[in-house]
Each structure stands twice: as structure tokens, then as C-alpha cells.
Design a protein around this ligand. Structure first.
Ligand code: IVH
Length: 667
């Protein structure tokens, strides 16, 4: 077998296994076997760049950077559907269809209305050529590079009766499970939460870095096929065909004949949809025959042959057991309503945050009140009101606490701020253990083995109060702790040792400085360059750092004037932590690339693509995603994509090799 034959064979194999895993949910081989096939293909493709294919399964990781999306005019406008909210309105639509078809018999398909972000894919010769968002319905954004990373979307179709050219529309979705995990991570990093999976999916799709998209585990379900030569004359048959070509098509689709069957379908899915792994906000009914669809036609905005039925947002009324007050890592005290458990959108709700004193006051919650809880597309349940008609006579309004529920310190609050804070930073258990846990977490110092429980244990045993105490721990101390063997003790000590190489920007993030999350920590570290310098800076100097506002500047300034923090940082520095930027990041920022617009392509020997991006920016240049007339040059590594190469030739854009580039910036 020639290498080319083996490459093609591997691509087919991997496409099939991808489909089995991501679309059919029934893998035939183990993850390990899959990885081995993938590795073999990667190696062969590297050895034989002449057989590069942008749609190879190896290209799913999203290697290409896009900057700004190109607008594409839809060949057929993407219309929306007329909405209905009651069974009565759907029945009226059914009658209108019946009238419009003048006595012909007809079928209706019932299917889920998926609540994601709509996408239009174009395939030619069985290969994905373009993915475009709905946009304003007439034109949308070209998000092909991002969409290619979604594993359940076939890049190359399974053999079948697909038309030479067709468009397929569907919904890009973030499954509930992925959404929950993503929000947990964002909450931890103090990044704004996504309100619902729809926002998360559309936000992700608009991300400029396909590698990030690839990590977000999006899914896609398809519901509409368009082509001049469709294989079948019903919607249902065409969608079933699309399923055999490799697309994920709604498994809940059903052919219905009478208005009673339509009503029963609504009845059934109104509750059953809560068990689905993805968000839905209603149902869609379509006339099945394409000829009859054509007969019925369109109004100015939407097809007459289809209608959407929207579910009511999920809500319930349940009894308040009590309000607990919880102190977090930064000392903020949050009121939480503890409820009699209720089932909402497929999950049991027992607790709902009341956020802060102002929101609690506005709701005017009394003891034992009956509360309305809502959870529409939102995973975080929300208390929307009180059923005052069920209020017990004489029940007292619930007051916000005036002392910390854990350490009893009187709470303080800043003028105009709704948050009440326990000021006992160094004596209040959840604040201390929260800081230790934060310090050790993966994105900070990455000390494996120290999570919430261990942080609490280390504090309760009197071993660790501040992050610097961690570096004084001995194996003997750790091994005698409950639940701890030699192995776990060693793991922690190794983690502590390794953390001495963690770069300065993550040390800044690990310190729990108020308002300094991951992104801000990076910015601040890059600008101040060393802890020593940061400690000497005035508020004005801190505020001059890009994106650092007065509140953050004050927070950093105060933190670094606190004697306990000063001593802790001194000990961390003595323990050997990185207290300044690494040498290469320290290099004076140059102007060698001032005004230049540079595309990065291929793979490199000396730095990662991400590092080259930083180097371009540090030297005054701009890194852009796609080649155009305005591109100054392409930083070309090995295995540059042939399409890019061709475009450069056509537009006369120079290629600069890795070593030439490093010379340009004086490295
Ligand atoms: S059919 C011309 N089917 O709902 C008809 N749309 O307001 C094209 N949607 O933009 C749409 N699930 O994003 C159709 N099973 C389904 C759907 C669906 C969700 C979305 C779609 C569209 C919007 C219509």
C-alpha cells in the first residue's frame, strides 16, 4: 500500500469512528485504538505534506487562527418561523394548512425546536465547503474554521445519494452537561457566566480561536435540507437520508396525520423534553411533502408550511425552608434560599441564590414563604417572586445578617455596593481555606492533591494558614494526616516543588488579590514585570496599566500594603517561586514590526504559534487570520497549508521563514 492509499484509508476509518462516537453514540473501538489511528495519520501527513487535506480528521483541532469573520450572503435567505404559544394556535395553523391544500390529504412532521444558534452548511461533492451563521437572515458570518472543530459534523460525507451541491441547516448546541461544567469553571475564574446554553453556543461560535472552540465540546443537530436536486420528495425522507450521510438528525421527529396526533405530540414533549441532553424551547411542525410546501409558500417573513410552538418557561412554586448566609473566599456573604425540592427542567432544585441584600430586600421574603422559582433556558434557578396569598399570618420578614455566619465578625459594606463583606480575612475559616484552595488550583499553582477538602484539613490541623505555609510542609506532617498515605503526601510535595517553575503571571493570579482574575493577572504581570516593582507602584501607576480601573488599582495597592500579605509574599519568594516575568517575556518590546499585518501558518521549531503571536504583538505588529492584499507577510513554518500557499503566490505576499523572522525581531 502506498502512503497515499494508507492516508486515505485512515481518513475513512477515522471518519467512520468519529461518526459512530459523536453521532450514533455507539463507538466500535476504544479511545486508545482511535488515538493510535489518529497518531498514525498525523505522522503520515507530516511526512507527506503533499497529501494535505483541510478536511482530514486531523484538522479538527482547529489549527487556523481567524480574525474577524467574512460576511457571506446566503444563497437562500434564512427565514424564521411564526411562533405560537398555545395548542389552540397550533390547531388554527393546522386548519389553515388544510384549507390551503384544498382537500388534499397531507402529513405533518413534528420535531423539537432546538435552542442553540442556527447554522447553514454547504457541501459540494460530499465535502464541507462553508459554514455560515444566520446573521440577519440575508447574510451571516463565515465560521467554517470553528465549525470544523465540532466532532458530530461530518467534514466528508459517508457514501450515499447526496446531491452534488446542497445546503443543510441546523442548530449548534452546547449540551447541558458541558454548559454546567463551563459555567462552573467560569464562576471559579470570576469570568461572567453564560446565561444559558444558547448564549454559550453562540458565544463560542464567535470566538476567534478555533482551538478554544474545539475544547468547548459543541454539538449540532440538523433539521432542514435545501438543494435544487433533493433525493426525496418529503422532508422526513430527506432528513432520514441526511442521517445516513453522517449528520445528527433529530431522533424525536415523527410523522403526524391528524390534529389530535399533533396535540398529543405537544402534550408528550412538554414534559419529556426535560430529559433531553440539549436545550429545547419548543416544537416545530412542518408539512411533510415538498410539493405541498411549495403550494403553500411563504408570507413576507416565514413559511406558511411550518409553525413553531414555544414551551412556557419552566417555573414552580415551592416552600422556603430557611435562608442560609454563606461566606466566600473574598469574604462576600451571599444569602441562599433553601427550598423544598422541586423538579425544574430535568433537575431537582433545592437551593437558589438570593445574590445580595438589595435583591433579597426587593423580593421581601418572609419566613416559610411560598416562592416562585424559574429556570427557563437558564441553568441557575432564579427566585422571581413570592406568593403572598399563601403567607402565614405573623411570619416575619427575613433580615440580612449583620455578623459573619462563620466567625461572627460584624459585616461591613462599601457605600453604594450591595455586597456585605466579612472583614476578618485572616481569622474566618472559609476565606482562609478558600484562598489555599485557589492558590493550589490547576490554573494557578497546579498543586495536585490539594482541593477543597485537603485545604480544610490542612487548616483545621493547624498546618497551613497562608499559601507560604504550604512550602514548609514536611512528608512526616502530611503522612500522619487522616486519609493520607505516603503516596498522597509525596504527590503534594512534588506538586509544591514543580510549582516553583510556574510563571509569574500565574503566581499573581494565585494570590487572591481582589478583582484580579486570570486575564487581569496576565495583564498586570506583563506590565509590572516583577513583584518588587508591583509592590513599589503608586495607585496612579497601577491605574495606568491598560484595563486596570480605579477599583482594581486600589485593590492591588491595599493588598500589597497589608503586612500579612507582604510577609507571605516574602516567604513565597524565599521558597523559590517565580516573582518576575521569565526572560523571554521580559525582552524589551520592540517596534520592528510596527504597522505590519502578519499571518502565521504552519508549524514551528522554536516557539509555539501562541508565542509567535505574542512576539508579533510585542514588536508592534498585528497578527491576522487570513491572507488578503493587506497582509505584509506570512510567517511560514513547516507544512504550510497549500491553499494559503497558493493565495500568497496569487497576491504576491512574501513568505518569511522562522529564522528570518527571529532575525527581524533581533532574536
Ligand atoms: S426549520 C424555514 N426546524 O428556530 C424554516 N428551525 O424561528 C427553517 N430551529 O432560525 C427553520 N429547531 O434556528 C426549524 N427543528 C427545527 C428547529 C428550528 C430550532 C430554530 C432555527 C430557526 C428558528 C425559527
Amino acid at each position: 500500500m502506498t502512503p497515499e492509499e494508507r492516508i486515505l484509508e485512515l481518513r475513512n476509518e477515522l471518519n467512520k469512528h468519529n461518526h459512530n462516537y459523536y453521532v450514533l453514540n455507539s463507538p466500535e473501538i476504544s479511545d486508545k485504538e482511535f488515538d493510535m489511528l489518529m497518531k498514525e495519520l498525523e505522522a503520515l501527513e507530516k511526512e507527506h505534506p503533499e497529501h494535505f487535506d483541510p478536511l482530514s480528521p486531523t484538522q479538527r483541532v482547529g489549527s487556523d487562527l481567524t480574525k474577524g469573520f467574512e460576511h457571506i450572503v446566503h444563497e437562500r435567505p434564512m427565514l424564521s418561523l411564526a411562533n405560537t404559544y398555545t395548542i389552540g394556535e397550533v390547531d388554527e395553523w393546522f386548519d389553515r394548512v388544510k384549507k390551503g391544500l384544498e382537500g388534499q390529504s397531507f402529513e405533518i412532521t413534528g420535531e423539537m425546536k432546538y435552542d442553540g444558534t442556527s447554522i447553514s452548511l454547504t457541501y459540494e461533492g460530499g465535502r464541507l465547503v462553508r459554514a455560515v451563521t444566520r446573521g440577519d437572515g440575508t447574510q451571516g458570518d463565515d465560521v467554517t474554521a470553528n465549525v470544523k472543530t465540532i466532532r458530530s459534523i461530518p467534514l466528508v460525507l459517508q457514501p450515499g445519494d447526496w446531491p452534488e451541491k446542497f445546503e443543510i441547516r441546523g442548530e449548534i448546541l452546547m449540551p447541558w452537561k458541558v454548559f454546567d461544567e463551563l459555567n462552573k469553571e467560569r464562576e471559579y475564574n470570576e469570568e461572567p457566566l453564560f446565561a444559558n446554553p444558547r448564549n454559550a453556543a453562540s458565544g463560542t461560535l464567535k470566538t476567534q480561536d478555533p482551538r478554544e472552540v474545539s475544547k468547548r465540546r459543541l454539538d449540532a443537530i440538523f433539521y432542514y435540507l435545501l438543494s435544487d436536486n433533493l433525493p426525496y420528495d418529503t422532508h422526513y425522507a430527506n432528513m432520514e437520508a441526511a442521517r445516513t450521510w453522517g449528520f445528527k438528525v433529530s431522533g424525536e421527529m415523527k410523522i403526524l396525520h391528524t390534529v389530535e396526533e399533533v396535540d398529543a405530540y405537544i402534550d408528550y414533549w412538554d414534559t419529556a423534553r426535560k430529559e433531553l441532553p440539549v436545550a429545547t424551547d419548543g416544537l416545530v411542525f412542518k408539512v411533510n411533502s415538498l410539493r405541498q410546501q411549495l403550494n403553500l409558500g411563504y408570507t413576507a417573513k416565514s413559511p406558511r408550511w411550518a409553525v413553531a410552538f414555544k414551551f412556557n418557561p419552566e417555573n414552580a412554586c415551592t416552600k422556603l425552608r430557611f435562608v442560609s448566609f454563606e461566606t466566600g473566599r473574598m469574604g462576600i456573604v451571599t444569602p441562599v434560599a433553601n427550598l423544598d425540592p422541586v423538579l425544574l427542567s430535568g433537575t431537582i432544585v433545592k437551593r437558589a441564590s438570593l445574590h445580595n441584600a438589595d435583591i433579597m430586600k426587593e423580593l421581601d421574603i418572609h419566613e416559610n414563604d411560598w416562592l416562585y422559582v424559574e429556570k427557563g433556558g437558564e441553568i441557575i434557578p432564579k427566585i422571581t417572586g413570592v406568593d403572598t396569598s399563601r403567607r402565614e399570618s405573623g411570619s416575619k420578614p427575613i433580615e440580612f445578617v449583620s455578623r459573619c455566619p462563620v466567625c461572627d465578625a460584624p459585616l461591613v459594606n462599601k457605600e453604594g455596593d450591595a455586597a456585605w463583606i466579612c472583614p476578618n480575612k485572616y481569622g474566618c475559616r472559609p476565606q482562609i481555606t478558600g484562598r489555599i484552595e485557589h492558590f493550589c488550583a490547576r490554573r494557578m499553582m497546579n498543586i495536585d492533591g490539594v482541593g477543597e477538602e485537603t485545604a480544610e484539613l490542612l487548616y483545621d490541623k493547624g498546618l497551613v494558614k497562608t499559601s507560604a505555609d504550604l512550602y514548609d510542609l514536611t512528608k512526616d506532617q502530611l503522612s500522619i494526616l487522616d486519609r493520607f498515605g505516603d503516596k498522597s503526601a509525596e504527590r503534594i510535595l512534588n506538586g509544591l516543588e514543580a510549582s516553583k517553575q510556574v510563571p509569574f503571571e500565574r503566581v499573581v493570579y494565585a494570590l487572591s488579590i481582589p478583582n484580579v482574575g486570570e486575564t487581569n493577572a496576565k495583564r498586570v504581570a506583563k506590565s509590572v514585570k516583577s513583584m518588587e516593582r508591583m509592590m513599589a507602584m503608586s495607585i496612579e501607576e497601577l491605574q495606568a496599566i491598560p484595563d486596570v480601573g480605579p477599583i482594581m488599582a486600589q485593590g492591588i495597592y491595599d493588598y500589597l500594603r497589608d503586612p500579612i500579605n507582604i510577609e507571605n509574599i516574602r516567604r513565597l519568594s524565599e521558597a523559590g517561586l517565580q516573582m518576575q516575568l521569565s526572560e523571554e517575556k521580559m525582552l524589551p518590546e520592540g517596534t520592528a514590526l510596527e504597522g505590519k499585518s502578519i499571518v502565521i501558518s504552519g508549524t514551528f521549531a522554536h516557539h509555539s504559534r501562541e508565542e509567535y503571536k505574542e512576539l508579533i504583538e510585542a514588536n508592534g505588529g498585528k497578527n491576522v487570520g487570513s491572507i488578503s492584499k493587506k497582509t505584509s507577510f506570512v510567517l511560514a513554518g513547516e507544512n504550510m497549508g497549500p491553499a494559503k500557499y497558493e493565495k500568497c503566490q496569487k497576491l504576491g505576499i512574501p513568505l518569511v521563514s522562522e529564522s528570518e523572522f527571529l532575525k527581524m525581531i533581533g532574536q
